[in-house]
Design a protein around this ligand. Structure first.
Ligand SMILES: Nc1ncnc2c1ncn2[C@@H]1O[C@H](COP(=O)(O)OP(=O)(O)OP(=O)(O)O)[C@@H](O)[C@H]1O
Ligand SMILES: [Mg+2]
Length: 501
């Protein structure tokens, strides 16, 4: 199979952007409306339905309704929690609708990761707040000094802030968000008097820190108890129906493995016998190396031509910090794509196309002659540049141009660029890391627990599945099930402050 290197592609494309209007090429239009669209798994479609509001059809349970009305009818700050699959995100959809009716456009819907944000139709907490993984560590006065104008405006007009997957928010960032809200609202009340709605489960993945001993959960922040008027625990699990499965997951959540659960787990080593109905199995792994291996193997199985995109890296001669940039940048040095490849977007583009949105490559767009190719032609002119065309799960089809990730620092009072990577903002996603799977419901899952390293990681992976019949688990052992003692103590101390029974 031949490979096509496209070294000149980036220089050609600086002008090309996502919102480019007036694409009138006939073949492009025809292509975008063609009916033989490549297969997207049912699972992907269910994500689409989820983010497009299918939740509104779900009848909220009594306990969910109590929380909803507390948040909508009062201005109280509420943290609600519960095991994986208790419907925290489903409830959040309904709450967001109510908050938008109450506060109009002054509600910001966020989550701590891109994928979780997709799940609730919001944006990442960082992009809302105007922060990056670097600037969040700055002193608050420096954050305020450098905050982008758009972020300042968002903070100023904010009346309610919603954050999903709050277990991944650390104490330091929680304090800084509090300070930003107080500053931009000129109000010393917690979070400047805006209404705060937090959802999540601290037994799931903790904040990502370089040094694990230093993980400080947001419930450990000084301002946590001053801020939250109510903490409520959802009890009923909806994602799974089998009592045996639910009980086992509840044990694992607290880091306990009974003999019976051990037996169930050893029965799950065998691959289930699935009907050949086109529903894809999503594979979950603890470490990125395994994720990459599976994705490479799946790509090799596709009978189409490869397209290779080499990233263009740059660093400042004296103050270059490329390695720091690359630690926070998921875009690979060498991205290989084919038609029908399952991909995930790595940047925020619009409200519906964000870091974490999944899609499938459906063809190629030639920048030189504005021509569409279903597959890469055997002969390409030397300087011909092809961009992937991706159909995303929300139904939108987009040409995906390169994106520049930048690291900027202050030097002599001036902000300067010290490193950058230019690459197509996509990654393969047949397999995903357990970290990226948090928040998802997956119909067919294969979990490989080799090298799990984090509190709650095994629990998060297994609790994505809806049934024991659609779950395969490799490399399970009881020592891979553990929970953080601080979290166990926190949950023991919780008593719901409102009656939701
Ligand atoms: N009231 C309900 N009635 C029926 N099904 C529900 C209800 N609430 C949630 N579900 C279903 O349960 C599943 C899990 O819901 P959801 O993703 O909101 O849980 P979660 O608590 O956010 O889980 P996680 O902690 O893993 O993010 C979804 O498939 C959803 O459709
Ligand atoms: Mg959720």
């Amino acid at each position: 199979m031949s490979k096509f290197q496209q070294p000149g592609i980036f220089s050609l494309l600086n002008y090309f952007n996502w919102n480019r209007k007036g694409i009138s090429n006939h073949s492009l239009k025809k292509f975008l409306h063609r009916s033989d669209e490549p297969h997207i798994s049912k699972e992907e479609l269910s994500f689409q339905e989820l983010s497009k509001g299918k939740q509104h059809d779900i009848k909220l349970s009594k306990e969910q309704k109590v929380i909803r009305s507390l948040i909508i009818k009062t201005n109280k700050n509420v943290f609600y929690t519960g095991a994986a699959g208790t419907g925290k995100s489903v409830l959040l959809h309904s709450i967001i609708k109510g908050l938008k009716a109450k506060y109009k456009n002054s509600v910001s819907v966020t989550a701590t990761t891109g994928i979780a944000a997709v799940n609730i139709g919001g944006q990442t907490l960082h992009s809302f707040a105007g922060l990056t993984p670097q600037t969040q560590h700055y002193e608050i006065k420096d954050i305020i000094k450098d905050l982008p104008k758009g972020a300042e405006d968002r903070w100023r007009c904010l009346k309610a802030l919603v954050i999903d997957e709050v277990s991944m928010l650390n104490a330091d960032l929680f304090e800084k968000l509090n300070c930003l809200a107080q500053y931009y609202h000129n109000n010393t009340l917690p979070f400047g008097g805006i209404q705060l709605v937090l959802a999540g489960d601290f037994f799931q993945l903790p904040p990502i820190e370089k040094d694990n001993d230093k993980v400080k959960y947001c419930f450990e922040a000084d301002s946590w108890s001053k801020t939250l008027n109510h903490t409520i625990v959802l009890a009923k699990v909806h994602r799974q129906r089998e009592e045996e499965f639910i009980n086992m997951l509840n044990e694992f959540r607290y880091g306990y493995v009974s003999k019976k659960s051990n037996q169930i787990m050893s029965n799950l080593e065998k691959a289930p016998n699935y009907d050949n109905d086109g529903i894809l199995v999503t594979e979950l792994y603890a470490i990125n190396k395994y994720v990459n291996n599976i994705n490479t193997a799946k790509l090799a199985e596709l009978p189409y031509q490869e397209m290779v995109y080499e990233a263009k890296d740059w660093e400042h001669e004296k103050r270059g910090r490329l390695q720091t940039l690359l630690k926070n940048c998921l875009a690979p040095k060498r991205l290989i794509l084919k038609r029908d490849a399952q991909v995930m977007l790595l940047r925020n583009v619009t409200q519906d196309l964000v870091n974490g949105t999944k899609g499938v490559v459906i063809g190629w767009f030639s920048v030189n002659n504005w021509e569409f190719y279903d597959d890469i032609p055997d002969v390409l002119t030397e300087d011909e540049s092809l961009l992937p065309v991706v159909k995303f799960i929300n139904g939108q089809t987009k040409i995906v141009p390169p994106f520049e990730w930048k690291l900027e620092t202050k030097f002599k009072e001036k902000v300067e660029k010290v490193a950058s990577r230019l690459q197509i903002p996509l990654m393969l996603c047949w397999a995903i890391s357990i970290h990226k799977s948090q928040g998802h419901t997956l119909e067919r899952v294969k979990v490989n627990l080799d090298r799990t390293f984090e509190n709650g990681q095994t629990y998060v992976a297994l609790s994505r599945a809806t049934s024991l019949n659609s779950l395969q688990v490799l490399n399970f052992s009881a020592d891979k099930v553990f929970a953080e003692s601080k979290v166990i103590d926190f949950y023991k101390s919780l008593t719901s402050s409102v009656n939701i029974a």
